[in-house]
Design a protein around this ligand. Structure first.
Ligand code: TXA
Ligand code: MG
Length: 321
């Protein structure tokens, strides 16, 4: 695990934006202001940057993340927009609304962003600094709220520093956030569904659609945001905490002492590297196994990102419905 880093406060001007974009290109993390709350931004195509987002937040699960883009035209490169999606995006972007849409297979996003699923959450924020940074960076920025896991979302640079100082490269100083609650999330992979109430009233969205949104009861384990991503499992059976695999098994190692492993999540035992590789390796292992062959996975320690990795692995290994 790396030691603390100096967190720079970047000014809300052209120089600050260029610097923030450079940090994102180098795989670093920048907290950026949006009109809802500050986001913890990283390059959504860079596995290590996305893994570091989870590490900085101390998230025990790999919840899928929202990608942030400068406009609707760019967003069409990453997801399929049907008529309903086009209508909502045209009416409410830029603004505090996130759409969950079918992922384009050629989107090029890190699978950690989508938690290995085939849908993606997209937002076009209205904040001028967020827009300027996204335009300058020129790619998708994955950004959950910039707070440690389980704490309240930050609406000022000081809130961000209180929680994440020493864990991220920079905060782009945009002052206080105008809306102050997170975006409203609408699921459009099936009938339009309110996945999370937020900064845009659901009634406004219903008026635009001319139809009611499906509203899920609070705590619904299947559709609550963050839970949708929890069902990815390889086709092959998975066995965990394996230090001595059977000859017939395909072994995924972690750390040293894994001679003979077909793949190794991180030969040096680096949990950020392991997280960045996780979904890629589960998929690759799936293509490498013969019918009926089991994927055996070496133990991954239960600290730092190891919690999220083990959470995901235990779901992959859980009995299939
Ligand atoms: O206002 C906001 O939305 C802020 C700013 C920074 O943009 N972001 C934010 O992100 O609140 P976060 O990660 O704290 O919350 C995003 C929610 C999570 O509950 C996540 O599970 C859900 O969006 N989500 C992301 N991708 C999803 C997907 N493909 N399907 C369903 N839910 C998804
Ligand atoms: Mg949050």
């Amino acid at each position: 695990m790396t030691g603390p880093i100096d967190t720079t406060i970047l000014p809300p001007d052209a120089a600050g934006i260029v610097r923030a974009a450079d940090i994102l290109r180098a795989g670093g993390l920048v907290a950026l202001p949006t009109e809802t709350v500050y986001g913890l931004g990283g390059n959504a195509c860079n596995d290590t940057a996305v893994a570091r987002i989870f590490q900085a937040k101390g998230r025990p699960h790999f919840n899928p993340l929202i990608i942030h883009l400068p406009d609707l035209k760019t967003a069409r490169r990453y997801a399929r927009f049907d008529d309903t999606a086009e209508r909502l995006a045209s009416a409410f972007w830029p603004g505090p609304m996130t759409l969950v849409l079918p992922l384009r297979p050629d989107a090029g996003l890190s699978p950690l962003v989508t938690a290995g699923n085939d849908s993606v959450a997209i937002r076009v924020p209205e904040h001028p600094l967020a827009h300027a940074l996204l335009a300058e960076f020129g790619g998708p920025v994955a950004a959950p709220s910039a707070n440690p896991s389980g704490r309240v979302s930050p609406t000022s640079p000081q809130h961000v520093l209180d929680g994440l100082s020493g864990r991220i490269e920079a905060v782009l100083d945009g002052g206080a956030c105008a809306v102050g609650v997170e975006s409203t999330i609408i699921g459009l992979t099936g009938a339009p569904t309110l996945l999370r109430p937020g900064g845009l009233p659901a009634e406004d969205i219903e008026a635009c659609l001319g139809a009611q949104l499906i509203r899920r009861a609070e705590g619904d384990p299947i559709t609550a945001p963050g839970q949708l991503g929890s069902h990815y499992a390889p086709g092959a059976p998975v066995r965990l905490n394996v230090t001595a695999p059977e000859a017939s098994e395909l072994w995924i190692g972690f750390g040293r002492d894994c001679d003979g492993a077909a793949l190794n999540l991180s030969p040096n035992g680096d949990l950020v590297e392991a997280a960045a590789n996780l979904f890629h390796f589960l998929r690759r292992a799936d293509t490498m196994t013969a019918l009926g062959q089991t994927i055996a996975i070496a133990p991954v320690p239960m600290h730092g990102l190891g919690l999220a990795i083990n959470d995901r692995l235990s779901r992959a290994a859980a009995p299939r419905p």
